[in-house]
Write a protein that binds this ligand. Sequence first.
Ligand code: SF4
Length: 389
Amino acid sequence: MNFSLKHSDLRDIYDKVVAGERISDADALRLFETKDLNAVGAIADFVRQRKVGERASYIINRYVNYSNYCILSCQFCAFARKKRDADGFQHTVEEIVQKAREALNIGITEMHIVGGLHPSLPFSYYTDMLRGLKQLDARLQLKCFTAIEILHLAWLAKKSVKETLAELKAAGLDSLTGGGAEIFRKEVRAAIAKGKESAEEYLDVHRAWHQMGGRSTCTMLYGHVESLADRVDHLRQLRALQDETRGFTGFIPLAYQPENNRIPVQTPPTGFDSLRTIAISRIYLDNFDHITAYWVGLGMKLAQVALSYGADDIHGTIIEENIFRMAGSKVPQLQTEKDMVKAIREAGRVPVQRNTFYEPVKVWDNTGAQDEAAGAQPSAMLEKNLATA
Ligand code: SF4
């Protein structure tokens, strides 16, 4: 047994986890309330090891925001703009396809595409975008749209959510993104994202997609006005839907970024808070295979540490992140594959390049000996191509 657990007052939770029992909401709250971060981390690391072994993954992907115009004004959002704003933008389908074309040269397997709820683009814009990207390369996986965007598109198309998802799937949609979950409790949503979909609507969109055979990720935005009990309640609802559909591929806790918005939170979540949130997610969400330490919100250094606190994924190259950056994140807009592989190796894990569905694309050895032999200089190629993109 791990040293930090031997005399810990969390020993009963550890014993439960080792026995393969599910922890309760009260257990999760105790884990949130303790200051014994190492003990929480040790339990999470045990679960991570039992669930996925020594592998830790990353993805070579490219983010694109098709537009930042949005008809809503969520209080926490620093990304959305109105048509009158000078820094609003929207891309044509051709521009998005061109971004994908450039990124394919550096080996992306996924385009991750979200935007605001645009006031006037027709439904055909979205299906044309998906078709255009699949025509460029049918193997390119398209992870697009949050649940609220799906509701907006259903309204645009004047169709049910199921019909809308079916049309998007036929046009090339591979996976929904997990964004927009925020915190499910109604009072918190009213305080940070008034007008946005309810928890039930978020879960219903994902449920409908899962029932069609689709897969998605899910998220939780933590570290603003919510209580620790609100976090547990949020995790409870995700665990319940996963019991029902098994459609979530992974969970991504998102650290709140405090700048350029209207919520009076002075400091972003601390390293302590982020590590315990990731660790407790791993322990509580026993029906999820993958927990991501999202480097955009954490910084790569903390994401690397999180690999010892339950996380088994550090997300991706990303290339052009706008949403966190506009909310004050100071991290770079991209990571190279080389740096991600290095971070994973240093943490003692075996780096694995994954695709959208967390399936392995490339498994690295843990020494670096194969890097040259595999022709694997994608980071150099990434840097070169970014210089010209
Ligand atoms: S969070 Fe999304 S829905 Fe809310 S204002 Fe920002 S872009 Fe619009």
